[in-house]
Design a protein around this ligand. Structure first.
Ligand code: SAM
Length: 244
């Protein structure tokens, strides 16, 4: 039975996305757990179509980069018009404003947890060479990256961020216990998982997992999680420095 506490006592977690491609949404977010949660009102999605705020007959949203160079830049005035109209809704005015950008601070599980615990997110998805810096400053956008690579647009990045948050909203996943042992919880990657059949192509499930001894199973999982983290992501085990 999903926990509806948040939905009944508070407004649902809200995602507002300013985008040139509103038709891309909800896309994958409309399926499976996030889709069911959207349908049941645990979160809500509002897309602002940037093209509607474009200039002239062609509803132009971009222009050539000041100083020259390749590509086009999204105009500050057009983005501001879309953002300002969206912000007239009381429910969006208190959402953290985030521009999805490869220059941003990396999206982490901790960041997703913090955003999921808040009222929602107000996202700006870029296209072309990105957006005029002035609108980011003037409308107080922070920047978040979903990884060290360049996508063609911010829509997929927005979906990734929303998905990472939505599954953390109470009631979206069946068992809270499954969240506690996932990768990045406790600073480790998850241990390897197995299910039936007991033997597959000559590869048996590790005996300890069939022993019924919960103490030994927990020990084995911890050991495997540490091994995997050490070989694949030693950076997660390194002591964190730079904290002031
Ligand atoms: N010229 C930009 C640069 O070098 O940083 C890249 C622009 S990219 C082609 C177009 C849009 O995709 C960006 O404005 C941003 O919204 C989105 N984007 C691309 N890579 C991303 C990433 N790693 N994380 C989040 N958003 C990304």
């Amino acid at each position: 039975m999903p926990d509806r506490t948040r939905h009944e006592n508070h407004t649902a977690w809200q995602a507002t996305v300013v985008t040139l491609f509103p038709e891309m949404f909800p896309g994958p977010l409309g399926h499976s757990l996030s889709g069911q949660a959207l349908e049941s009102g645990l979160w809500s999605l509002d897309c602002i179509a940037l093209r509607e705020f474009g200039l002239g007959r062609h509803r132009q949203v971009d222009d050539t980069p000041a100083g020259g160079g390749a590509g086009m830049v999204m105009r500050a005035d057009v983005i501001a018009a879309a953002v300002d109209q969206a912000l007239t809704k009381q429910s969006t005015s208190n959402l953290p404003r985030i521009y999805l950008s490869p220059r941003g601070t990396p999206l982490t599980q901790l960041a997703a947890k913090e955003l999921a615990a808040g009222p929602g997110v107000f996202l700006l998805a870029g296209r072309f060479e990105g957006v005029d810096e002035r609108v980011l400053e003037a409308r107080d956008f922070r920047e978040i990256s979903i990884g060290d690579y360049v996508l063609s647009g911010g829509e997929l990045a927005a979906m990734v961020l929303i998905d990472a948050c939505v599954r953390l909203i109470p009631g979206v996943l069946g068992a809270d216990a499954s969240l506690n042992q996932e990768s990045f919880e406790g600073g480790l990657l998850e241990y390897p998982q197995y299910t039936r059949p007991r033997d597959w192509e000559g590869r048996p499930i590790p005996e300890v997992l069939l022993s019924g001894d919960h103490g030994r199973i927990a020990q084995w999982r911890e050991m495997r999680a540490r091994e995997m983290t050490k070989t694949r992501r030693p950076d997660l085990l390194a002591p964190k420095t730079g904290k002031k």
